[in-house]
Design a protein around this ligand. Sequence first.
Ligand SMILES: Nc1ncnc2c1ncn2[C@@H]1O[C@H](COP(=O)(O)OP(=O)(O)OP(=O)(O)O)[C@@H](O)[C@H]1O
Ligand SMILES: [Mg+2]
Length: 509
Amino acid sequence: MQTKCAIEMKGLTKRFGTVVANDGIDLQINRGEILSLLGENGSGKTTLMNMLSGIYQPDEGQILVDGEPVSIRSPKDAYAYRIGMIHQHYKLVDVFTAAQNIVLGLNDEKLDLKQINSKVQEICKRYGFNIEPSKKVYDMSVSQKQTLEIIKVLYRGADILILDEPTAVLTPQETEKLFVILKNMKADGKAVVIITHKLHEVMAISDKVAVLRKGKYIGTVETSKTNPQMLTEMMVGHAVALNIERPKYRKPFDKLRVEGLTCVDHEGICKLQDVSFTARGGEILGVAGIAGSGQKELLESIAGLYPVKEGSITCIECEDHQVQLVGLAPRQIRDAGVGMAFVPEDRLGMGLVGSMGMTGNMMLRSWKQGRSMFLDKRGPEKLAREIWEKLEVVTPSTEFPVRRMSGGNVQKVLVGREISREPSVLLTAYAVRGLDINTSYAIYNLLTYQKMRGSAVIYIGEDLDVLLELCDRILVLCAGKVSGIVDARKTTKEEVGLMMTSLKEAKND
Ligand SMILES: Nc1ncnc2c1ncn2[C@@H]1O[C@H](COP(=O)(O)OP(=O)(O)OP(=O)(O)O)[C@@H](O)[C@H]1O
Ligand SMILES: [Mg+2]
């Protein structure tokens, strides 16, 4: 029989070697409620939910579904208890259509398409989704893929839904749409658990908030009786100042001059059109825009990773040392004496090698600079240790494979490595995506430190509040064009938001 309390966890413990990822957790998940699961990077949120979805087995403790003790040994078992999880990394087959992905692995795979489609349509209508069943996954945007994952879970009859950082890859508009859907599910009596690091989302969407700290359960509070400051303290264990310092560099100087930059992708679609701006040493230049407005192409073309059709990118190392970057590969840029560091969006693709530990990943960046083919491991090891300590990376050792670290810790390793090179140009794409609030502030401070060293920092971000507080100037992109560059100390969120969607507001400082 269904009860209000859908799931009860009693003393759940999960260890990985010497790491206690979850330590005797007692937590309840109720029907007709949205519960936020909050905690710093590596605090054990994903692990705990993976035990409910059958990916991990608890070492100790018990899971009760509707009051009955159960053993969930596989995701299939989880579905039998109507538990479905939407993971941080989607598990879809690219070459299949939406409909094929939805029924993948089910016995009714051979059902006729008409029947599948009508069931999918029914789900879409009920909760407010919009999807084309015949569309191939490789043609879908990130948000469409996420929608598909959710429908897949609902198709299997789940009424306990767990979403692991679903908004990390969504635009604010897409997030709003997702929240409407989650509210519809709640109204339909489903139990929803959402993991997010964004406290304003926690406040906006959830009925209750459960907090984990270093693998331990701290408590559950009603959202209406709490606030971001209190939640942060519960997460971290002490008071944290939630404001970003923005000192002014004495005299910012021109460092990177981009003129008439135009880039076209392999299908001939224009990604950047006639983009011109100057990034200054001693400044953080923010880049704002709705997802896919050319942010990625802009950074990659500066870093020598995206072909440039027209235009120039000049790095002014000093008066008589100017380097034209167009046409140079990353290695050639470095050989030309330009100190450039790059924190890409895709951490484990372009950034780090997942099977290697921190030391190995440090080596990857530095070995080409050395003369010998034989690696001097002492430098990278020392650096790995420094980053481990300074950024409080949660990992058993500097040799632990980065792919097994929690999402936020992977990002710390990458940012730490790039910043350690004391670059004169620092390019960052979504540097705090997936990071907990405390670590995000640590990263903001590191970027500001680089700026005060005289580095030209380019910061692509999605959180307008942060862009306005952290940056000196903000360049706004709209459909691959610059719609304006504004003084971050003088502009407003509304002004930037408007520029993101229309070129008419063009205004240059
Ligand atoms: N498969 C694994 N093998 C070894 N250690 C693991 C494994 N999965 C998780 N861990 C460790 O367990 C701890 C908790 O990780 P988990 O991924 O649950 O954290 P999280 O709260 O989801 O963090 P984030 O917010 O960064 O996603 C971390 O120290 C992590 O390194
Ligand atoms: Mg996680």
